[in-house]
Design a binder for this molecule. Structure first.
Ligand code: FNR
Length: 185
């Protein structure tokens, strides 16, 4: 059976660059793997009443169940105010509870950040890594993936252009897979 890697984009924006990067990543899935885009569209903001596992909004239940079938995660994040956008942090919070039932535990991760400007989402990338330490997700160290000025890499049809960024992304995904194989439990 194929191993399933979740691809989570930290933006709900229709024309999101992060979603376009995530879509490009899906095409790099090697044989034996399914890359599954996990939607964060309908997830309510977490509150601790949802710690009651059997009495939660359907979208929270579905997200947790989907994530249980996933063996590793590639996070594609933009940066909001030098940190992780709320939609992605909320998804992390949803999956982390109830305490001791986290769906993130031990799943190998990678963090790919991007920005339309020059800073490449560096702040979001490293704030996200901080949460992943606590969630016990071993996270790929190298290559680091910081994609600056990403809008120059998107064509008029909304696809990632052929070129250096796409080639680098493909290599980074391949590095993640070989690293995943050594770190998956
Ligand atoms: C931004 N943006 C932004 N960019 C950046 O490089 N560093 C930052 O700290 C911020 N902060 C920020 C806050 C808020 C509330 C918004 C809405 C935007 C710009 C951001 O990178 C840009 O809008 C991206 O296009 C968002 O990613 P998606 O939606 O294209 O994936």
């Amino acid at each position: 059976m194929d191993k399933v890697i979740g691809i989570l984009a930290g933006s709900l924006r229709k024309a999101s660059f992060s979603k376009k990067i995530a879509e490009a990543i899906i095409e790099f899935a090697p044989e034996g793997y399914e890359f599954k885009m996990v939607s964060l569209e309908d997830l309510p903001i977490y509150n601790q009443d949802f710690d009651d596992y059997n009495d939660v909004p359907q979208a929270i239940h579905l997200f947790r169940e989907t994530m249980k079938g996933i063996s590793g995660v590639i996070f594609v994040t933009p940066e909001y105010n030098r940190s992780v956008p709320g939609v992605l942090k909320n998804a992390i919070d949803v999956g982390s509870r109830p305490y001791n039932k986290s769906i993130w535990d031990k799943k190998p991760a990678a963090v790919f950040s991007n920005s339309p400007g020059h800073l490449s989402g560096f702040g979001a990338n490293h704030h996200l890594r901080q949460s992943l330490v606590f969630l016990n997700m071993p996270t790929m160290q190298q290559p680091e993936v910081y994609l600056a000025q990403i809008k120059n890499d998107i064509d008029e049809n909304g696809h990632l252009k052929e070129g250096d960024t796409k080639a680098f992304l493909k290599k980074a995904v391949a590095a993640y897979i070989s690293w995943f194989e050594k770190n998956a439990v």
